[in-house]
Design a protein around this ligand. Sequence first.
Ligand SMILES: Nc1ncnc2c1ncn2[C@@H]1O[C@H](COP(=O)(O)OP(=O)(O)OP(=O)(O)O)[C@@H](O)[C@H]1O
Length: 286
Amino acid sequence: MADKAPHPNPLPHGERESGAHSVSDAPDNAMPLTSPRGGEVGPQGRVRGEGAETRGPILDVAGVAKTFVLHLREGARLPVVSGAGFDLYPGECVALGGPSGAGKSSLLKMVYGNYRIDAGHIRVRDGGEVVDVASTAPRRLMKLRATTMGYVSQFLRVIPRVSALDVVAEPLVGDGVSREEALATAGALLARLNLPERLWSLPPATFSGGEQQRVNIARGLIAHRPLLLMDEPTASLDAANRQVVIGLIEEKKQAGVAILGIFHDAEVREAVCDRVIDVTDFARAA
Ligand SMILES: Nc1ncnc2c1ncn2[C@@H]1O[C@H](COP(=O)(O)OP(=O)(O)OP(=O)(O)O)[C@@H](O)[C@H]1O
């Protein structure tokens, strides 16, 4: 395990947790920026939005460096990135590219705040404020995740005895939508993702990999979050369901959502991504 420290919230879908984030009480940078608005999944499972405010990046990463320190391996050091920097604008989808081990997943987890960074900043625009994920207080990071920054991993964190429909609906209920409406929206989204209706009332623990991934995608996309981090969202899906996910991502972009993701599938990447950031450039410098 690498440098382990308490962090405000585990990765949402059962990711391994090491190199965890440590946060200070440093104040957030206040900047007079507006946030993207609108965007939700409608009754037909379509993502709709009011359009987006497009001034300025929603994510600004600069000078980020990270070395894993393996305390259980006599302090062995594994530099992963150095001088990493890029911007992400509302309505665009950007892929983190590079070969296996280049640091793509690690960088995504740094942006989400699960991995502490050694240098640099990771600023996310949140309404009229800008929050530096790297230095903000845990409580503020949790708030940022609740309203602005979503994470869709390839694995579903199964909650015992909770039905697939409730798992998917939960983020909407958390946003204040009535349970009835949230369940209807969840059903529409699951139908669109071709999850057989007979499975909706069952807990997803026994579902196939592809079925679990579709529940996970539905849960990750059901509520409006202006910034979405996606780690191989189509890894276990067949061609038909990959197309559905491509459509959902396109609708999110139309609604002004900014997406940073890892898309190993070339067809999906070419369909949805506006540009690719080669993480090798940052790994080489580390
Ligand atoms: N928690 C951790 N503790 C220690 N080392 C880690 C940790 N997470 C990642 N690493 C190391 O950092 C490097 C980058 O890993 P990462 O998973 O970010 O690569 P990746 O580009 O996403 O690879 P892949 O495409 O194979 O998923 C690897 O050498 C990995 O062993």
